[in-house]
Each structure stands twice: as structure tokens, then as C-alpha cells.
Design a protein. Sequence first.
Length: 143
Amino acid sequence: MDRPQLTEQIGANLRAARLHSDTSLAAVAGDAGISTATLSRIENGKQSLDVTLLVVLAAIVGASPASIVGVGESLPSDERALVAALRAVEPAQQRRIMRAVERDGSATTPAAQLMEEVAEHLAAATIKLKAARRQMARERRRS
């Protein structure tokens, strides 16, 4: 998939998630600190977005960044189930799971490697999301 197609896919997935959450374009844009025009361009595949904005927008519409990007769609069902199960636990628990997998020496299996990657990405995304929420709260207090 080339870059323009990926940008269109991400935009379409974001719009679907926003509509599913029954949230207006203006409300999501306002919560994310961007203009409605920018969000519209993103949803229409006319503008790409950075990872931080992806994480913020996904949180606002109640979706995972991976579902917006469309990552889990090509995984085998057993690995999708592992990813879903791992997403359901807190980051600290994810790290404990990954340490246990590594101790058992089974981290060389594709599913274990995938879980490790997902845990790392989720931990990073959680940190960025918390920072973005703190920044949005500070901006709201200022206005």
C-alpha cells in the first residue's frame, strides 16, 4: 500500500470511528486542539497526521490507534485475539506478561514477539496520550 492509500485508509477509519462514537467533527477537532478543516482533510485522506495526533484522536473517538491505522486486520485470528487480550490490561500488567514470556524463553514465537511489540507501542502511546491530555487541560485552564 502506498502512502496516499494509507492516508486515505487512516482517514476513512478515523471517520468511521468518529461516527460510531456519535461525535461531531467540531467536537473532536476542538478536543484535539485542531481546526475542523484540518480534521476534515485528515478524514478525507487529504492530509496525513503524526503519531501523537493519531493517539489523541483515537482516544477522543474511543478507538485504538491500531484500529484507526488498520493494523490488526491482516493478523491471523489467534494473534488478533492475543493483541486484543493484551490491550485489555494495564501497561504495568502488560510489562509483567512480557517479562514472564521472556523468562520462559518463548518470546521467540511470532505471537510472543507480536505481544512484545504491541506492549511497547501501547506503553509509548499511553505516555503520549497522558501528556496530550495534560497539555489540553492546561490550555483549557488558560482560556
